[in-house]
Design a protein around this ligand. Structure first.
Ligand SMILES: [Zn+2]
Length: 420
């Protein structure tokens, strides 16, 4: 066991302890946390590490696409989702980012350097699974399923175990949960959305769904027109006059399909209306906002104030480097702090830590509390600014040095067949 004594501890879920101390055991599990004057005398004799600055639980980046990391700076934004995705597909066809092991390795190393312990990784290629596992970053792997032709999509789902074995080999760790996930409600056949959501619920797992991300999604699902049908025609060679659409809003459709509940992580909701957010809240669905990606693609912000009014405290994600400048989830909190000055900094930091862990269904992460194993890192800086408001300090000083104090070592399986 050892103790860490810091100028301030941001617990993730329960505010701040000024001049605090944490005691952890050899595995990094928290034994006790509280004011240093109480905790340290109770553990006299333990080695004490003095961490200058703020101590935080490892960050949770609840929405990433690490396989696109080689597209950093390559895709133009600002004109809306369909132009962005068109450009992204074009660049992707030339660059094969999912085969760029170096860019993915580099992105995972950056996540680690930012203080990240967990991700909600959405992927087609599973390219980031081994790099994440090797570095001890945990969470969920959402293997994306898309296609609107039902029979071939059902076949694809049936083939997933084989694809997984080919691309990943033996699954490297139990700390990365695997779940096939629908891409969106307009790119994945509704019967398959229903099936994947149901299977996740039955297994006690979670799927991820890009939901109500932009106006074109609503326009197509409600009325069958807007930019999406043209995109189908171009990309999927589908005849416009044969298209069917549900005549429902994205949130209502998700609800109809059994895809609105604690087992479905709703990503974006940028285009969701207040009454729709209320339904999301009533169903208990976890929510992830990706503000910098929304700003880049759509020049639009997620509806943070309406979500809060509905009782939703979202998690945060960076989305991919094809629509963002970095994988730092605290920079997402900062982007919201700059644009929603009435929202307390403590709440925004909580979204990057504990709310992320909650969204991923991991109550052992994202908070410094007895029995959790969150990983601990420090952010160093001016003592006066830290004393003033530790959470505001964190958001204002994204470039301040971050240092791991207690790492979360990888727990790999399948090393010579034995769990370690
Ligand atoms: Zn995404």
């Amino acid at each position: 066991m050892r103790a860490v004594h810091a100028d301030a501890i941001i617990t993730g879920d329960a505010g701040v302890v000024r001049d605090g101390a944490v005691v952890v055991d050899a595995s990094g599990t928290v034994v006790e946390v509280g004011p240093a004057a109480d905790v340290l005398p109770r553990h006299a004799g333990l080695p004490v590490e003095r961490a200058r600055g703020v101590l935080l639980p490892g960050l949770v980046n609840a929405h990433t696409h690490l396989e696109l990391s080689a597209l950093r700076g390559q895709v133009t934004g600002g004109a809306g989702f369909v132009p962005w995705v068109e450009h992204m597909i074009g660049v992707r066809a030339e660059a094969f980012p999912e085969d760029d092991a170096e860019a993915i390795e580099q992105a995972v190393a950056e996540l680690d350097a930012f203080g990240t312990v967990a991700v909600g990784e959405v992927t087609n290629s599973l390219s980031a699974v081994q790099p994440l596992a090797r570095r001890g970053i945990v969470g969920r792997i959402f293997h994306e399923v898309f296609g609107i032709e039902r029979a071939s999509l059902e076949q694809r789902v049936a083939d997933l175990p084989k694809i997984m074995a080919e691309r990943v080999g033996a699954w490297p760790t139990l700390e990365l949960d695997y779940a096939p996930s629908p891409h969106t409600l307009y790119t994945t056949h509704p019967a398959v959305v229903r099936r994947l959501a149901r299977e996740a619920r039955e297994r006690g797992s979670r799927v991820s769904l890009h939901l109500a991300e932009h106006a074109a999604e609503r326009r197509f699902l409600e009325h069958g027109d807007g930019p999406i049908p043209g995109w189908y025609e171009l990309r999927l060679k589908l005849r416009r006059d044969l298209l069917e659409w549900p005549g429902k809003s994205p949130i209502a459709l998700a609800d109809d399909l059994g895809a609105l509940g604690p087992h479905v992580i709703c990503v974006h909701l940028t285009d969701a209306r207040p009454e729709e957010l209320e339904l999301v809240a009533r169903r208990g669905a976890p929510v992830v906002f990706c503000p910098r990606s929304n700003l880049f693609i759509e020049t639009r912000l997620p509806p943070l104030l309406n979500a809060r009014a509905a009782g939703i405290l979202p998690a945060l994600g960076t989305d991919s480097l094809a629509s963002n400048a970095s994988l730092d989830v605290l920079a997402e909190a900062r982007a919201l702090a700059d644009r929603f000055p009435t929202v307390p900094a403590s709440e925004l930091v909580r979204m990057a830590t504990w709310e992320g862990a909650r969204a991923l269904g991991r109550d052992d992460l994202g908070r410094i509390v007895r029995a959790a194993r969150p990983g601990l890192f420090s952010i160093e800086g001016d003592a006066g600014a830290i004393a003033d408001d530790p959470c505001a300090f964190v958001l204002k000083n994204l470039r301040a040095p971050r240092r791991w104090i207690v790492r979360r070592p990888p727990r790999l399986t399948n090393l010579a067949g034995a769990a370690s």
